[in-house]
Design a protein. Structure first.
Length: 320
């Protein structure tokens, strides 16, 4: 095997890992719908998923780095990661899983992918500079796509999806905040530790939330199948795709990994159609195309710019 073949195989494996992560993340809404059908409240789902997944992240961290080094992470970036985790994986996750009780899984996954457009808008505002024309057009297409995806000119569909869509967009905003904080902090502590501390802070907040809301969680009513669904969400829709995504980013870079991750919304639409019988109207599908197309343009624009400093990586995707 030539060095070129070896390098191509290395990159292909990375692309496949990133694509597999996107598909597994896409299964989140599908499994959540099955859990809701068994009477599991969205708060229970959010809390148990995080509490099951966090020990796996810590175990993985301690097998790849000395525990002393992980625990000796500087407090400032660790605190920033904890704050980002609270905003994203606590508040954002609760809002997102609540939204899944109101709207289809396919619409939820598409709307979550609006967060890169929010990052672009917020970054431009903070820098007080107007982004390039193609980026403005891409953001505009994304928001037109959002309007069409939630029903657009169909008043009945728009009314039915409005509250759920607003919740998903609020969750997407929390993911945008997470990304912007992580983009800076991962230069100091790396993506893995940033994600670890963010997830741990969110799990702690969710644990407190669960203690305060214990009567409403109905844990005693969760049957064996329900626990299997919760375990699937924690392991195969959170822990495993996070590792696959990290490996994909390591092999092909963050921006190319982001391009591959746009397979997530179409995968959710296909799975929701096959498994749940969800169907989007033609205008909604057009909206999906505009959102995915807009995000692709934004990612290609970032890919053409100079990448982050050596050794720095953006945080793992929060859109899980």
């Amino acid at each position: 095997m030539t060095p070129e073949d070896s390098a191509a195989g290395y990159r292909l494996t990375g692309a496949l890992a990133a694509a597999a992560a996107a598909v597994l993340f896409a299964c989140k809404g599908i499994i959540a719908k099955f859990a809701y059908a068994r009477g599991i409240p969205f708060e229970t789902l959010s809390i148990v998923r995080a509490l099951l997944a966090v020990p796996l992240f810590w175990g993985f961290a301690f097998t790849h780095e000395p525990a002393r080094e992980v625990l000796a992470t500087p407090w400032r970036p660790a605190a920033a990661a904890a704050f980002a985790g609270f905003i994203c994986y606590y508040a954002g996750t609760l809002i997102d899983f609540y939204a899944l009780t109101l709207i289809d899984a396919s619409i939820e996954r598409v709307l979550i992918f609006s967060y890169p457009a929010m990052v672009v808008a917020a970054s431009a505002a903070l820098r007080r500079e107007w982004p390039p024309v193609r980026v403005v057009i891409a953001v505009g297409l994304t928001w037109i796509g959002i309007f069409l995806a939630v029903g657009g000119f169909d008043a009945a569909a728009l009314s039915a999806n409005l509250v759920g869509a607003a919740c998903v967009l609020a969750a997407a905003l929390s993911y945008a905040i997470y990304f912007m904080i992580g983009e800076r902090c991962t230069r100091q502590i790396g993506a893995s530790r940033f994600t670890l501390y963010a997830m741990s802070a969110a799990a702690a907040a969710l644990l407190v939330h669960g203690i305060l809301r214990r009567p409403q969680l109905a844990l005693a009513q969760v049957d064996a199948t329900g626990w299997w669904l919760l375990a699937l969400l924690a392991v195969f829709c959170m822990f495993v795709p996070a590792l696959l995504q990290a490996e994909g980013v390591r092999r092909i870079g963050a921006q190319r990994g982001a391009l591959v991750s746009t397979a997530g919304p179409p995968a959710t639409i296909l799975l929701a159609w096959l498994v749940l019988g969800e169907r989007l109207a033609p205008l909604q599908l057009a909206g999906v195309g505009l959102i995915v197309g807009g995000i692709l343009v934004l990612d290609v624009a970032r890919l053409r710019r100079r990448g982050p400093p050596a050794g720095a990586q953006p945080p793992a995707s929060a859109a899980d």
